[in-house]
Design a binder for this molecule. Structure first.
Ligand SMILES: Cc1ncc(COP(=O)(O)O)c(C=O)c1O
Length: 453
């Protein structure tokens, strides 16, 4: 037997999820050695629950990874995927195209506010943000303003992991070990002001003036050099920072004043998370582009994209008709299976009224999470829509360990799938969650906090 034969036999005969079968995979955004020493596999899922390989039921408190908004194991999505694979496995959208990509684009264009009526498909949120940044730069060239090359992001932002995304992003750890970031990038200040915003439900009253930070950058660099500003309407990955009241409106006004494109990264906020199809709708602000992913297919197939306002699309539609207008795209942009999952998910959202359900559940979620404000270690709680964060005081000299321990105990003792970022616990249940399920989840979290060192 060769070494490879032995390994193959080990993998095949091992319990499918045993430690020997875990070596080859480099798990993303994971402490690999700790995760492999203490596996937390999720083997199947249904509705608002996962199931561990031994059959233990685990409540899904984060919609998978902010994506399974319609809940798991939806028959409508499964049937659509099966029907699609029987008809067409793949067809290139470069030059050719296939029906379901056009249909989903049309559906999303109808759903999006204002004249955000063109769609560029990607496979992920990271590709969506990089695509939006590239479109912004190319648009400024097409619009006769080639000096507008600067991209503005914001501190504490997460825009995925491509070089564009980490350059405009502001999650320090995501940038620290990748020194070759994009040049000509500036950052707005983040919007978190704990001294004025602690334990606020929804959008804080204070902080609109933080949008004026864009003026500082304009004064420093010159408006004529700035192509676009990208922000998450609600900063999710950093631990839920809802926008201060009026902040996004002010940003829109300033972008209009200075001729700067405004991009909303709605990878988390779109498709119901804040009670609407898009956060743009909740806040009554129409950006020039919206990045989406995750909930668009309810997580059932990799799918992302960018919604683009009509004048931006039209600025590219000049010159000889046989020439490509935008030298950008992915082999799997508009993949038939992703389109099928996307269309079925959109049907569910509409037919089950899930955005409205999320809106109705929002005050319940807010009440339940805020009930934990007097638990030990809690220094702040923030929430908006069905997204919430409980920030804990970190242990001296051991950053993230307190939240990590709560996260591990939530999984092993309380059968809860939640997340943590730094010393903050994060919750984003599916839009089909019930009040009873949320009550149980936050009750268990309170119990854990009370017995946590
Ligand atoms: C706001 C935001 N943008 C982009 C991304 C990246 O998406 P993906 O992991 O699909 O590349 C995420 C992922 O969480 C996100 O929250």
């Amino acid at each position: 037997m060769t070494g490879n034969d032995v390994r193959r036999e080990m993998v095949e005969t091992d319990v499918r999820v045993g430690p020997n079968a875990m070596n080859a995979l480099w798990m993303p955004f994971t402490p690999n050695r700790a995760a492999k020493a203490n596996p937390m596999h999720l083997a199947s899922a249904d509705g608002a629950y996962y199931f561990a390989p031994d059959g233990t039921r685990k409540f899904d408190g984060v919609s998978g990874l902010w994506c399974c908004n319609a809940g798991h194991n939806r028959d409508e999505i499964k049937s659509a995927l099966k029907a699609q694979i029987d008809v067409l496995d793949f067809a290139p959208n470069f030059l050719f195209g296939h029906p379901s990509a056009f249909v989903l684009a049309e559906r999303l264009a109808l759903l999006a506010p204002g004249d955000l009526d063109h769609v560029f498909f990607t496979n992920s949120g990271s590709e969506a943000t990089d695509t939006a940044l590239k479109i912004a730069l190319a648009y400024q060239v097409a619009a006769g303003q080639p000096r507008r090359t600067m991209l503005v992001g914001r501190e504490r932002a997460f825009h995925g992991v491509g070089f564009g995304g980490i350059s405009v992003g502001g999650m320090v750890a995501n940038r620290a070990t990748f020194p070759n970031l994009l040049p000509r990038v500036a950052h707005l200040r983040h919007t978190h002001q704990p001294e004025r915003q602690r334990f606020v439900i929804g959008e804080p009253e204070h902080g609109v003036e933080l949008a004026d930070d864009l003026t500082r950058l304009v004064e420093l660099h010159g408006a004529e050099t700035i192509a676009a500003v990208i922000v998450e309407p609600m900063a999710g990955s950093t631990g839920i920072l809802p926008p201060p009241k009026g902040y996004l409106q002010r940003l829109r006004e300033l972008c209009d004043r200075y001729g700067i494109l405004l991009i909303f990264d709605e990878v988390i906020t779109a498709f119901g998370r804040v009670g609407h199809a898009f956060a743009a709708e909740r806040y009554g602000v129409i950006p020039d582009m919206i990045c989406f992913a995750k909930g668009v297919s309810s997580g059932a197939a990799p799918l992302g994209g960018v919604m683009i306002r009509r004048p931006i699309y039209e600025a590219f539609m000049h010159g000889p008709q046989h020439l490509i207008e935008l030298f950008h795209g992915y082999t799997y942009s508009g993949h038939p299976l992703a389109m099928a999952a996307g269309l079925a998910a959109q049907d569910i959202y509409r037919d089950d009224g899930l955005f409205e359900k999320a809106r109705a559940l929002e005050p319940v979620f807010a009440r339940l999470i805020m009930e934990l404000r007097d638990c030990p270690h809690v220094v702040d709680i923030r929430c908006v829509g069905l997204a919430g964060a409980i920030e804990l005081a970190g242990r001296a000299g051991e950053p993230t360990m307190r939240a990590r321990e709560a996260f591990l105990r939530a999984f092993h003792e309380a059968n809860l799938v939640v997340r943590y970022t730094g010393d903050t616990l994060v919750f984003a249940p599916t839009l089909i969650s019930t009040e009873a399920q949320l009550t149980e989840m936050f009750g268990q979290i309170a119990r854990i906090l009370k017995t946590l060192d």
